[in-house]
Ligand binder design. Structure first.
Ligand code: ADP
Ligand code: MG
Length: 227
């Protein structure tokens, strides 16, 4: 019960996030603008120039990451609510992640329940963003390579998607922090990915169950009403 309350508090924060993320992107842009101006006017030795350039690249990369996690697939509202076949979306996800997985020495396994009735409703593009963010994290958790498992299933009047990895895993304390804005353990993390994913899934009346073991891996189970 207590945890439910905390989760809903988190979701309220998510509602106010758009403005804050816009700010997060505007900041690096302002920095870059300033340094380009400096590069163009002042006399600078090579060392200073390189330093300013490096800051520009880092700031632009950061803005790019924020956009990837937060709104790469978002379309302007109003949302289009449509029927979504989760088997099709798992194929899509596996395709999108393939290059990133190969690059990181990771094998993707798909185990789809052969059933045409695994249908949910929601905004397809936002749903894709939610899955991609979870899948990306799974890959990033497997630094030395591993297996990314994508499964679909059915239980009673619900459909189930399982995204699991053989990565570094999380403590229960870390699991509790998932979905909070700017929580990241990565050097260049945005801490926006899970927050965005959880917000989208919640809005689709989805439930998220997470199991994880340090050094073994993590399982994200997403449960949606079957439509
Ligand atoms: P970011 O990926 O930018 O760090 P996210 O919100 O996507 O931000 O994830 C927040 C944090 O949750 C990550 O930094 C990581 O510590 C943890 N995390 C998320 N998914 C996994 C996973 N599959 N395995 C291990 N840790 C994870
Ligand atoms: Mg992430």
């Amino acid at each position: 019960m207590q945890e439910e309350v905390i989760k809903s508090e988190k979701m309220k924060i998510v509602g106010d996030m758009a403005a804050s993320v816009a700010h997060e992107i505007r900041n690096p842009l302002t920095t870059v603008r300033g340094f380009i101006e400096l590069l163009g006017t002042a006399y600078l030795d090579k060392e200073k120039k390189d330093f300013y350039k490096r800051i520009c690249f880092e700031e632009l990369d950061r803005a790019q990451l924020i956009i990837t996690d937060y709104l790469s697939l978002a379309k302007p509202d109003p949302e289009v609510i449509e029927k979504i076949n989760i088997n099709d979306e798992i194929s899509y996800l596996s395709n999108v992640l393939l290059t990133y997985a190969n690059y990181n020495n990771i094998q993707i396994n798909e185990t789809k329940l052969k059933d045409n009735s695994l249908i949910i409703v929601g905004d397809r593009y936002k749903f894709r963003q939610a899955l991609i963010n979870i899948g990306k994290n799974a890959i990033e958790a497997m630094q030395g390579g591993g297996v990314l498992e994508l499964k679909t299933n059915k239980s009673n009047d619900h459909v189930v998607i399982v995204i699991s990895d053989t990565g570094n895993g999380m403590t229960s304390e870390q699991i509790k922090r998932l979905g909070t804005p700017y929580y990241s353990t990565k050097e260049k993390g945005t801490g926006l990915g899970t927050m965005v994913s959880f917000g989208i899934i919640k809005k689709m009346n989805g439930k998220i169950e997470i199991k994880s073991e340090i050094g073994k891996g993590t399982e994200f189970k997403l449960i949606f009403p079957n439509r």
